[in-house]
Design a protein around this ligand. Structure first.
Ligand code: SF4
Length: 372
């Protein structure tokens, strides 16, 4: 089911211009440690150079990778090419902040091998961008999209956030319409969530922000799915839409289908041979470990066959491809549950796979409990 079977490589760039108040990803709002992090990253690459054969995706995320200078990004790419093997047609993605994309920067990214850019637009509406604490404007996002096309990028993704306090469905559709004028190959629509230890988490606790209710959540989700599908996009994962199958995120398939991936940088996660491990979150601890010639690994877990099976079901229920029927025990209770979920319109069966419907996507977080 997954055409992207080679290893995936993720690099976490832990620097941002400012911290957005909703963001739970690890990053620091300072550039003072870039050189030290870069040296540590190079050591980490060398540490893993013989442990993963061939990659078919690279994802430079964060954080804000485009905060790095073109020269530093080139150094990273050269180091990766010197120590890792990438198959032909590898997907090389970089996450970009609209405010960083000058023509020179975009040309530089193309020249160093990136063939896909994921742009953190989030919204085109000035009030919404202000609420989200974003450092760019809607006009800058539009200009960045034009710049990327002018530099020859034929695979561009746009990240958007919906479900903001006070946002109307009409306003959200305006954002989608404005997005569609650029015909991006990929669109990610994330509902605003409240991550622990973020300013938004505290503001919600104090009643300063009101999250949208369940009914509104459903309405935003279903409207988005129908709207983008009517415009020709494939709703291939809960939050992700692609103009064609070839534009599905190759890299995310690693996470959804237990394909091995290597994550480098602070807080990055890796997976290989049923073992998952993760790096120190703190950039200082990460750098110190590598400076002492140690792996910057904070912890690991070994998955049992049953955990692997349950994860396959949980992850499959988030994608249009679903999961293999063989993962369930149709002879026992799960067969009965399956029929009921089919009758209720949450799941369908396609050949040898169980596939969530649009309504199933809405409850994907709860459905795995039915198959335990
Ligand atoms: S949302 Fe992006 S730009 Fe904002 S703090 Fe998080 S990683 Fe940085």
């Amino acid at each position: 089911m997954n055409p992207y079977q080679k290893n995936g490589l993720y690099i976490h760039v832990p620097f941002c211009r400012t911290k957005c108040p909703y963001c739970g990803f690890y990053s620091i709002a300072s550039t003072s440690l870039i050189s030290r992090w870069l040296e540590a990253l190079k050591k980490e690459v060398v540490y893993y150079k013989d442990r993963f054969e061939y990659f078919d995706s690279l994802y430079l995320g964060g954080g804000t990778p485009t905060l790095l200078s073109t020269r530093d990004l080139e150094k990273i790419m050269q180091h990766l090419f010197a120590h890792f093997d990438f198959v032909p047609n590898t997907e090389f993605t970089i996450e970009a902040n609209p405010g960083d994309l000058t023509s020179d920067k975009a040309d530089g990214l193309k020249a160093m091998g990136f063939n896909r850019v994921n742009l953190g637009v989030q919204s085109f509406n000035p009030q919404e961008l202000l609420f989200l604490g974003r450092s760019h404007t809607g006009e800058e996002a539009e200009s960045a999209l034009k710049t990327l096309r002018a530099s020859g990028f034929e695979n561009v993704g746009i990240d958007l956030i919906y479900g903001l306090d006070g946002q109307s469905l009409k306003g959200w559709i305006n954002t989608l319409n404005r997005t569609l004028t650029f015909q991006p190959e990929h669109i990610s629509c994330y509902q605003l969530t409240f991550e622990k230890q973020t300013p938004f988490w505290n503001m919600r606790k104090k009643g300063m922000i009101t999250p949208i209710g369940e009914k509104e959540e459903r309405s935003f989700f279903l409207t988005t799915s129908r709207f983008l599908e009517e415009k020709g996009y494939i709703h291939y994962e809960i939050s992700n839409f692609a103009r064609e199958k070839i534009y599905y995120s190759h890299h995310n398939y690693k996470y959804w289908y237990h394909v091995p991936y290597l994550g480098l940088g602070p807080s990055a996660h890796s997976f290989q041979n049923k073992t998952r491990w993760w790096n120190f979150r703190s950039i200082r601890r990460y750098c110190e470990a590598l400076e002492e010639h140690k792996a910057p690994v904070e912890g690991h877990e070994d998955l049992t066959n049953n955990q692997m099976r349950l994860e396959s079901i949980a992850l499959g229920l988030r994608t249009r491809d679903g999961f293999a029927i063989k993962e369930t025990d149709l002879e026992s209770q799960s067969g009965d549950i399956l029929s009921r979920l089919q009758i209720s319109g949450f799941l369908t069966i396609k050949k040898d796979r169980i596939v969530p419907t649009r309504k199933g996507f809405l409850v994907a977080d709860h459905l795995p409990l039915c198959f335990q």
